[in-house]
Design a protein around this ligand. Structure first.
Ligand code: ZN
Length: 249
């Protein structure tokens, strides 16, 4: 195989490991940040519901005061009526009925308010549990970042150091092209599969496929300009056929 291609593959192999390490490192930070965002949203939601709950509690207190007032008024009127202290019996009777209706309405309201508050409280309990689970997850993720973060960083430093060596061995014009490509695509090296580029699916002439398979010449995809590192043998029979026709140089 062409030495340039071999050196390029070695560099690419290292870059892939760098990408993996980088992703793993960033992944730890990303997980933690996501949990923090979720917790923040959850706490805001809990805060909103706590506010609603407080309003309901206040409304329940006001309702209870009103109810008490009207029950007392009705009782008093009834007592006065029973004692014969009210000269206009019918008016008093209507007053008692009116007060009774208000008491009924306030009692219904009291039940509705209580029900709404209880639903809210159940929701708050569930959200509180969720917040505790998220806090536990956050603590774990924080610990993982503290433990693994420095390891990943050290790995990356070592890989970067090794990269300097590998880079220097690649011919400068190829390296320039490769570095330019890497800025565009992480997968700067691709394989041909069924004669087509794995990345952009462009088909290549048999001669190019052959040369790429043998690694006798450095080719770049005409479609996406990635380096063509080799051929993925999709059909084993095709590979055998090609081996038979191969002329060893
Ligand atoms: Zn391509």
């Amino acid at each position: 195989m062409q030495e340039t291609l071999l050196l390029l593959e070695r560099l690419y192999d290292l870059d892939q490991r760098r990408d993996q390490t980088w992703d793993a490192m960033k992944g730890l930070e990303k997980d933690l940040a996501e949990t923090a965002t979720q917790l923040e949203q959850l706490r805001a939601e809990i805060g909103g519901l706590e506010g609603q709950r407080k309003e309901l509690v206040d409304a329940e207190r006001a309702n209870a005061r009103e109810l008490d007032k009207h029950v007392q008024r009705r009782t008093r009127t009834q007592e006065q009526l029973d004692a014969g202290l009210l000269p206009d019996f019918l008016t008093a009777q209507r007053q008692i009925e009116g007060l009774g209706q208000i008491v009924d309405r306030l009692e219904t309201e009291a039940l509705e308010l209580m029900e709404r508050r209880e639903i809210l409280e159940r929701k708050l309990v569930a959200l509180g549990e969720r917040a505790r689970r998220l806090e536990a997850r956050q603590a774990q993720q924080q610990l993982r970042l503290e433990q693994e973060g420095p390891l990943r960083k050290a790995e990356l430093d070592a890989l970067n150091l090794e990269r300097k060596d590998r880079k220097e061995s690649v011919p400068s014009h190829v390296l320039r092209e490769y570095e330019g490509l890497r800025k565009l695509h992480r997968d700067a090296l691709v394989w041909l599969e069924g004669g087509a580029c794995q990345a952009c699916r462009m088909h290549h002439p048999p001669q190019v496929v052959l040369e790429v398979r043998r690694g006798s010449k450095v080719h770049r995809c005409r479609g996406c300009t990635r380096f063509l590192a080799g051929v993925v043998e999709a059909d084993p029979e095709d590979a055998v056929k090609d081996d038979e026709s191969r002329v060893d140089g």
